[in-house]
Design a protein around this ligand. Structure first.
Ligand code: ATP
Ligand code: MG
Length: 405
């Protein structure tokens, strides 16, 4: 009457004469439904908004029925998993969880159900259609019937966190490396100060003697003191050199210069050097193939390797025991073994020998810095080879080095 229009629901019932079937009257019910129409329109609009939201985000959004069927999957699924939403909604269902991680979300779901929570979150890997795996974060909201509390559906957001995970992993590794470096520094400071104490005190006492009593000393006594100073300075210098050498190799700043040469002749030469040292005469028994062994190797590094392995064998076995040096060539590698019948290495120490400054407990009375084998190890690895130690305490030790030809 006032001129406005409204939506209505009209139901009409036609009443007919039972005999003639002629229309008698029509009963009409007019119901005002404008409010419902408004709500429907608003709902449609809001649904549209949420659909847009769901379809435009990079995260994959899905609705899952209580029986596990996916009733909605947003288009982002394709970029994330390689499957289209249709493929993911089809039955039989495609399982995208990484085999080892399947239980993570299932467990979280059951826990949420049991504790009456409306939300759960897990981080796990999923399997992309092309076979690679990626880390995702899964956040699920449990929608329940307000009356009965029964589960109606789950709404999930799946987010790619591979990059974050990788960044975390890199960070963890960097921290671990930093930690190792710190440990090494600490050990270095304590060992270096300990190692430097003896030569420093010898240098100091010799210098003091020279300063105070030079006038009363003969030429030979003066020379002997000066020699001691030189010797101890050289020793300190060699420790410093070793440390710097190791640091250079470990930080990739070593100028690695392999050159073709006869490796068997090189070994013979080094063993001869040992034989000429007065206290080592005759101790090294060597079996080396007479034929030349052509190999590309860095002379400075290999000299260190052989010197350290031979001097260790000599140093850590009684003076009357021989040590055995063998060089064997196979089709694709050279194997060197250096065996002694000395003190051996306690099993606990065996696996840590190649760490810088690490020394076994049973040889504390013999001088050394524990740097030799760590440089040896790095040198062998630079040549693409391997090194291993076998030892029985009180029986002897064998070091085996292989180098590819
Ligand atoms: P450096 O070689 O720097 O003078 P070092 O000989 O103590 O000192 P490495 O050559 O690195 O250091 O050896 C590390 C440790 O390994 C030694 O201190 C010793 O405990 C053990 N070791 C090495 N070779 C032998 C061996 N042939 N027999 C018994 N122990 C050994
Ligand atoms: Mg050594």
């Amino acid at each position: 009457k006032d001129g406005h229009t409204f939506w209505s629901n009209l139901s009409a019932t036609l009443v007919r004469d039972p005999q003639t079937d002629a229309l008698v009257e029509t009963i009409v019910i007019v119901q005002d439904v404008s409010e419902r129409k408004l709500i429907e329109a608003a709902l449609e609009q809001s649904e549209e908004r949420y659909r847009l939201l769901a379809e435009s985000t990079k995260d994959m959004i899905m609705r899952v029925a209580p029986d596990g069927r996916r009733t909605y999957v947003s288009p982002a699924a394709y970029a994330l998993t390689g499957y289209t939403p249709q493929e993911l909604m089809a039955e039989p269902r495609i399982n995208i969880a990484y085999p080892d991680d399947v239980s993570a979300s299932v467990e979280a779901f059951h826990k949420a159900m049991a504790s009456g929570k409306n939300y759960f979150h897990v981080e796990q890997r999923i399997l992309h259609k092309d076979g690679h795996d990626l880390w995702v974060s899964l956040s699920f909201t449990l929608v329940r019937d307000p009356q009965t509390g029964a589960l109606v559906e789950l709404i999930g957001i799946v987010q790619d966190i591979t990059e974050r995970q990788q960044a975390q992993e890199t960070l963890k590794q960097a921290l671990e490396k930093e930690h190792q470096l710190n440990l090494m520094k600490t050990r270095f400071v304590s060992t270096a100060s300990h190692e430097f104490r003896t030569p420093l005190s010898v240098i100091l006492s010799s210098t003091e003697t020279l300063l105070n009593y030079r006038a009363k000393m003969d030429e030979q006594q003066v020379t002997s003191r000066l020699n001691k100073i030189v010797q101890q300075t050289l020793f300190m210098n060699s420790i410093m050199e070793d440390v710097l050498q190791l640091a250079r190799i470990q930080t990739g700043r070593f100028d690695f210069r392999p050159e073709q040469g006869d490796f068997s002749a090189f070994c013979k030469e080094i063993i001869e050097d040992f034989a000429t040292q007065p206290d080592q005469q005759g101790r090294v028994r060597a079996v080396i193939t007479p034929t030349p062994v052509r190999l590309a190797f860095d002379q400075r590094l290999m000299r260190h390797v052989l010197n350290n392995l031979i001097s260790n064998a000599l140093k850590y076995s009684p003076a009357e025991k021989p040590i055995y040096f063998d060089l064997i060539t196979e089709s694709n590698q050279v194997t060197i073994t250096i065996r002694d019948e000395g003190f051996g290495i306690p099993p606990d120490d065996l696996e840590r020998l190649f760490e810088p400054f690490y020394r076994a407990k049973n040889v504390a009375h013999i001088e050394g810095t524990g740097l030799g084998l760590s440089i040896t190890y790095e040198a062998v690895v630079l040549h693409g080879g391997t090194i291993k130690a076998e030892s029985t305490e009180g029986v002897g030790t064998t070091f085996t080095v292989t180098l590819p030809l």
